[in-house]
Design a protein around this ligand. Structure first.
Ligand SMILES: *Cc1c(COP(=O)(O)O)cnc(C)c1O
Length: 395
């Protein structure tokens, strides 16, 4: 059969056609009125997309760039910080905080798990200057309780900052950034925003802006105060990724369309979409006798354990060779043990049913177990039908 190349990876994710054409035709210089208008519109829309009144900055870098910026801007060497880690991206926080000389307290849980709030409660003391965590740990497919963590930080900390890597959390998870008191929340263009890699963004609270004046870690390109000053004038400090801003403008319009003209509502629709795709996928995987890798599965992606005795690399390869579908293997020590199917961004019903149909064939080919064709798809259909009935009843 004909093959269409499709990404089912939790970043980069499939591209929105309107974002692609917007960037292909964009030529404005960045110090022009045209670009300034686009830039200001995008920054205002990004506040709605994130769901915050805090200042939002959009930088030309991958997500890790803004993770680094949050460490370099908010800490000084020797500062005590707490890193909550449950996977490869949590470990990135540890590496970053150590690179900038922080005194790092690491609370880790095994891959696939999430934190017990009582264990976090025991570690958030008033001398902790900042807490770093993921909203969703993309390497394991786990979801963390950002609301619960924020509550602990706000009540037990003494001006302690909460920094959340929501690079796969935004657009897949309901997050009340301002209501919960998240100080810095971070996202990236190649995830829920349905566009290529190259932009990363953050929303920064007043508490965090204030901290930046007192911290002493080195920073230059990623000096957020400099970006904020420029943004207030409708500019970026350095050359922005102009064509990616055009793509971002188109992506935000698409989300606004999902909300029938209301961007905040569109964001909620995008989250509900990911939740439903994820629920369908979990049901489909279980119907084939597969186990989820995480005990607290996120909507951004579903991590599925490879069946006993099967290297997940074989599954990834079979998806690629038979269907030109790109699913992600495990990262680091998890390589060979699990595979990951994304729901973040531009995925719909047909994508989800299609990947589950393909999964049935892939399993039949890489294992010697008999697969009941349709079992996975049927389970997903039932989830979809139920959600459709619920939506109809609510109307
Ligand atoms: C994708 C991702 C990142 C950022 O990775 P980059 O390659 O730097 O864009 C960080 N954290 C999480 C949870 C991610 O999923």
């Amino acid at each position: 059969m004909l093959h269409k190349n499709r990404l089912f990876t939790p970043g980069p994710t499939p591209l929105l056609p309107a974002a692609q054409t917007a960037m292909a035709s964009f030529t404005a210089h960045h110090r022009t009125a045209d670009f300034k208008a686009l830039f200001q519109r995008v920054l205002a829309d990004m506040k709605e997309f994130i769901g915050t009144k805090n200042d939002v900055l959009v930088l030309a870098c991958s997500g890790t760039g803004v993770m680094e910026a949050s460490v370099s801007n908010l800490t000084s060497p020797g500062d005590k910080v707490l890193v909550l880690t449950a996977g490869k991206f949590g470990e990135r926080w540890t590496g970053l905080a150590k690179a900038f000389g922080c005194n790092v307290d690491v609370l880790s849980v095994p891959y696939g798990e999430t934190f017990l709030l009582e264990n976090i409660r025991a570690r958030v003391t008033p001398d902790v200057r900042a807490v770093f965590v993921q909203a969703t740990e993309s390497s394991t497919g786990a979801r963390h309780d950002v609301q619960g963590i924020a509550k602990i930080v706000r009540t037990q900390g003494n001006d302690t900052l909460l920094v959340v890597d929501a690079i796969t959390g935004l657009g897949t998870t309901h997050l009340d950034v301002d209501g919960w008191g998240v100080d810095v929340i971070i996202g990236g263009s190649q995830k829920a925003l349905m566009m290529p890699p190259g932009l990363a963004y953050c929303a920064v609270s007043e508490r965090a802006w204030k901290r930046m004046d007192a911290t002493t870690s080195p920073r230059f390109y990623f000096d957020l105060r400099k970006e904020r000053k420029s943004a207030a004038k409708g500019e970026t400090a350095y050359t922005p990724a102009t064509s990616l801003f055009a793509a971002l403008g188109a992506a935000l319009e698409f989300v606004r369309g999902m909300g029938k003209g209301d961007l905040a509502k569109g964001r909620e629709e995008l989250v509900n979409n990911a939740e439903l795709c994820a629920e369908m996928t979990r049901a489909g995987a279980k119907a084939l006798g597969l186990k989820l890798y995480s005990s607290a599965p996120a909507a951004a992606l579903t991590a599925i354990s490879a069946p006993d005795g099967v290297d997940s690399g074989k599954i990834v390869k079979e998806f690629r060779e038979s269907f030109d579908a790109v699913v992600a293997n495990g990262q680091g020590e998890m390589k060979g043990k699990l595979f990951r199917i994304a729901h973040i961004g531009y995925y719909d019903y047909l994508d989800t049913i299609g990947i589950l149909g393909a999964l049935e064939h892939v399993l039949a080919r890489v294992t010697d177990r008999s697969v009941e064709y349709g079992a996975s798809v049927r389970a997903a259909q039932q989830v979809y039908a139920r959600s459709h009935d619920v939506a109809l009843a609510a109307r």
